[in-house]
Design a protein around this ligand. Structure first.
Ligand SMILES: Cc1cc2nc3c(=O)[nH]c(=O)nc-3n(C[C@H](O)[C@H](O)[C@H](O)COP(=O)(O)OP(=O)(O)OC[C@H]3O[C@@H](n4cnc5c(N)ncnc54)[C@H](O)[C@@H]3O)c2cc1C
Length: 358
């Protein structure tokens, strides 16, 4: 245990926890990150960062080598013979493998003097301290950045709801040159597949469905056009799955504990905003702690989540209604300005909270 408790004791070294630690150090606060795994941490993810999120990473000084990232300029929806495409009017998105993103965040954290405790698992929370398999750690504030199934949230007695209609995701990487300058979302009655360029002539494919357990090859059959494109391309990663999504905790702040990232409420990956939203939350949380007004974070958090949640809910309504879904794509194709506006709103996700759209 350190001689002095840091300002922020962050449990979970995923993008939310690491961004919070970086924000804290830039604000002159001490930060310790406790993470049960060792870097670089890989998880199931579509790996698309919205332009707002990509810009925020640059502002934080997180450097992702151009050779290790793909660039995308918008979103393309495909449903059988229908397609609609919209480009971001500001900035560009970044496709980046989670291992690459993790490494870049850790390097920046190390430069700034974050105290990292890798391979350390939190087992219990006791006020402003946690018990781990490597001893007890205390902090002025505890930050639960331990993901969708947050144990800290549960141990703090924060009740969490989850939608009855559960969805699951699985991802795989192919060594295949990206063929579109966009993230491409293929829709089918059984779910969606989305393709993200992630650099070095590689693409990531994430499949979302209501079926569990998700089997990549079985689900891929629902997207014949995509399956044809992928046929014969070398698979370069192990399949990783996750789900369900859509957790909503009843509180974001309790006493000296604050929830962030997926622990503070997970989004269905349908809009690909999870990491970008976590970056906005990290900025808001550190600002609130610096001001000595943790309650401000709860209000900012509500504001940051409002739009992504509404958009996700809307898309999920269309997701399991084939006629509505196809009508949506037809409408987007007929009114590209409308689609473009929506894509721009999603694209702003990740901007520091005070600059995110109200
Ligand atoms: C299929 C799929 C596709 C997605 N696509 C996208 C996308 O395209 N774009 C996007 O922005 N987002 C996407 N997301 C969402 C994104 O992956 C999440 O929002 C993001 O990972 C949340 O980051 P986090 O740091 O909150 O949680 P996590 O990344 O889950 O990190 C939590 C960390 O906490 C650690 N931890 C947990 N418990 C403990 C403990 N007791 N002690 C110590 N450490 C602990 C874990 O090991 C983990 O490293 C997708 C998700 C899925 C499943």
């Amino acid at each position: 245990m350190r001689a002095e408790a840091p300002d922020l004791l962050i449990v979970g070294g995923g993008p939310a926890g690491l961004a919070t630690a970086i924000e804290a150090r830039l604000a002159g606060l001490e930060a310790t990150v406790i993470e049960r795994r060792r870097p670089p941490v890989d998880v199931a993810c579509g790996e698309g960062l919205m332009p707002g999120g990509a810009a925020r990473l640059r502002e934080l000084g997180v450097r992702i080598p151009g050779s290790e990232a793909g660039v995308f300029h918008g979103v393309r929806y495909v449903d059988g013979d229908l397609a609609a495409e919209a480009r971001f009017t500001v900035g560009r998105g970044l496709g980046v493998r989670r291992t690459v993103l993790h490494r870049a965040l850790v390097v920046r954290g190390e430069e700034l003097g974050v105290d990292f405790r890798w391979g350390t698992t939190v087992r219990a929370i006791d006020g402003a301290a946690v018990e781990t398999d490597r001893g007890r750690f205390a902090g002025r504030f505890i930050v639960a950045a331990d993901g969708r199934l947050s144990r800290l949230r549960e141990m703090a007695g924060i009740a969490t709801s989850i939608p009855a209609r559960k969805r699951f995701g699985v991802r795989r990487h192919y060594q295949l040159a990206p063929w579109a300058g966009t993230v491409e979302v293929f829709w089918a009655d059984e779910g969606e597949a989305y393709v993200t360029p992630v650099g070095s002539g590689m693409i990531g494919v994430a499949l979302l469905s209501r079926v569990r357990p998700l089997d990549f090859d079985r689900e891929l059959r629902h997207f014949p056009e995509l399956a044809r494109r992928l046929d014969g391309a070398p698979v370069v990663s192990r399949d990783r799955g996750a789900g369900p999504f859509g957790h909503r905790p009843e509180a974001i702040v309790r006493d000296r504990l604050a929830l962030i990232g997926d622990a503070s409420g997970s989004l269905d990956p349908i809009t690909g905003e999870g990491v970008s939203v976590a970056l906005s939350q990290a900025a808001a949380l550190v600002r609130a702690i610096s001001r000595g007004a943790l309650a401000d974070y709860a209000a900012d958090h509500r504001r940051i989540m409002r739009l992504p949640r509404r958009l996700t809910d809307l898309l999920l309504i269309a997701e399991h209604r084939p006629r509505l879904r196809r009508l949506t794509i037809r409408t987007f194709a007929a009114f590209p300005g409308l689609f473009s506006r929506l894509v721009d709103i999603v694209g702003r996700s990740g901007a520091a909270a005070d600059r995110s759209p109200r």
